[in-house]
Design a protein around this ligand. Sequence first.
Ligand code: PAF
Length: 280
Amino acid sequence: MKAVARPAELRQILAEWRGEGQRVAFVPTMGNLHAGHGHLVREASKRADRVVVSVFVNPLQFGPKEDFDRYPRTPEEDGTLLKGLNVDLLFSPSVPDMYPRGRNSSTLVDVPDLSGILCGEFRPGHFVGVATVVAMLLNLVQADCALFGEKDFQQLTIIRRMAEDLLMPTEIIGVPTIREADGLAMSSRNRYLSATERVIAPQLYATLSATRAALASGKSGIEAVEAQGRTILTSHGFRPDYFSVRDAVTLQVPGPETLERVILVAAWLGRARLLDNVRV
Ligand code: PAF
């Protein structure tokens, strides 16, 4: 596995591969890799001759009071895992490599209809930071396809829309969430859970699954199941930011044109903010 930090070095290697007609798949990450990332990489390998992974904890997507400084950084473990997965190229730039003019002078990318709702309401500026860094990375790598986990469903929807609106040539692929045996969606932030909280955490997916069944039965309306979901989570000790049924394409409140619905949740458990979703 080659490892580079500078965008110019990355471009050079990619130009060689493209010259040889090789297909490239890209997996952007913030590191602290787990089995969910491993699954993304394996899916990437099925779709291309070469797999590029980036590890960059992007300061632009963290609010001033959020966990940028304490976000888990595990470069050695990440390198070992990626080598074991036969990744061809690891790109791990520094903050000045990505934002040479300083993070406050960066050109920004906004997807206005989708960025201010759900998580965007609770994390102002977060999705502008995500869209901006993903646009930069996609421009840099110019991959044939890029893979993102469906656990961050709003993020995936925003990236799809951005790529479509900005006529980006990379195909955006969503990969189903990988779960622990008890249903908890894998996430780097699960590390923030205490042993007691880890026992409670699977109730997030259990509540989503029960809500999906209630909706599918047609006996309960959207507002009733949303309120019930919030109550159940609160009774288990979560502090829900939202528990919402939305149109799976537009992320707006479902209407007569909605073909598929998704139930999205963001809830705090101790100092971990957990996200999950299920399609209905
Ligand atoms: O999902 C993540 O890890 C990040 O938000 C991403 C897409 C790598 C952008 O920094």
